[in-house]
Write a protein that binds this ligand. Structure first.
Ligand code: LP5
Ligand code: MN
Length: 245
């Protein structure tokens, strides 16, 4: 049987959640070692404010562990999330991974499959989409990256506060993907399978046009991953419990 291909997202790794950092470490030493390929679909870090984030010991350690997995022969791909959309060549080289655009069409055993972080599909969240357009603008990013790291850190902390406050005001449906946006994206790429994260609502949705897998987020040592082996796709939670699908 060929080695599985694994998908993870939304780990939000930070020194503030050591249990999740330990769970990621165990994942890299365990299931990921047995895989042929690992896809990280964004929000690996709580935030990434530029590749000089590698100068922080916590980030450097995570990146070294990922590189060690690559040294074992596992191919690693990273697609940016809304928290870590500023990874550059230095990050990719240090982690020994390849950065993919969001969304990306991949093929597994000849089957086309679309992967995305998922935030771009939350089209009902107009305030977020406006915010996204601003921070994804190359000029805004170039300006931001040119400023001192400490200042960037301060700004992101303020943004996090604003984001938390505004999320409390939003209806839950608004922060989920929009069904039409999903269908259009899948049709545009001629796929019947979409895998994404971001919404923290792990599930398998059966659609008229195919299936949509939503990856689990990781929090206080809990989390999980999706595994594709031959024609089978399955969701695995770290505590061994089964997800109601
Ligand atoms: O992150 P999460 O899951 O809590 O909420 C997201 C959306 N929020 C965000 C913002 C991030 O949390 C902030 C940290 C990002 C780090 C980026 C680092 C680099 C900054 C670089 C600049 C070039 O993504 C949240 C969604 C939610 O997902 C569900 O989908 O609702 O969206 C928001 O909260 C956005 C608010 O609705 C609007 C915020 C207004 C802020 C306006 C400032 C604009 C100018 C910024 C210029 C730097
Ligand atoms: Mn996200």
């Amino acid at each position: 049987m060929p080695s599985p291909i694994l998908f993870i997202s939304d780990l939000h790794l930070s020194p503030e959640d050591p249990a999740t950092t330990a769970a990621f470490h165990a994942f890299l030493q365990g299931p990921a070692r047995a895989a042929s390929t690992l896809y990280i679909l964004g929000d690996l870090f709580e935030f990434w404010i530029g590749d000089d984030s590698l100068d922080e010991a916590f980030n450097a350690e995570i990146v070294t562990e990922i590189a060690q997995l690559a040294d074992q022969g596992v191919k690693i791909f990273f697609l940016a999330g809304n928290r870590d959309f500023l990874p550059g060549a230095r990050f990719a080289a240090a982690a020994k991974l390849s950065i993919l655009p969001d969304p990306s069409l991949i093929h597994i055993h000849g089957q086309p499959l679309l992967i995305a972080h998922g935030d771009a599909l939350c089209t009902d969240d107009l305030a977020y989409q406006r915010f996204r357009r601003i921070v994804r603008h190359p000029l805004v990013q170039a300006l931001f990256l040119a400023l001192p790291r400490r200042w960037r850190q301060g700004q992101v902390e303020k943004l996090r506060q604003r984001s938390k406050a505004s999320n409390q005001m939003k209806r839950s449906e608004i922060m989920d993907v929009n069904g039409l946006a999903v269908e259009q994206l899948m049709a545009q790429h001629h796929v019947q399978t979409l895998i994404h994260g971001h919404t923290h609502r792990p599930a398998l949705h059966t659609l008229a046009c195919g299936q949509r897998w939503v990856l689990p987020d990781w929090y206080q040592g809990q989390g999980g991953y999706l595994s594709v082996q031959e024609q089978n796709i399955s969701m695995h939670l770290l505590d061994g419990s089964a997800l109601e699908l």
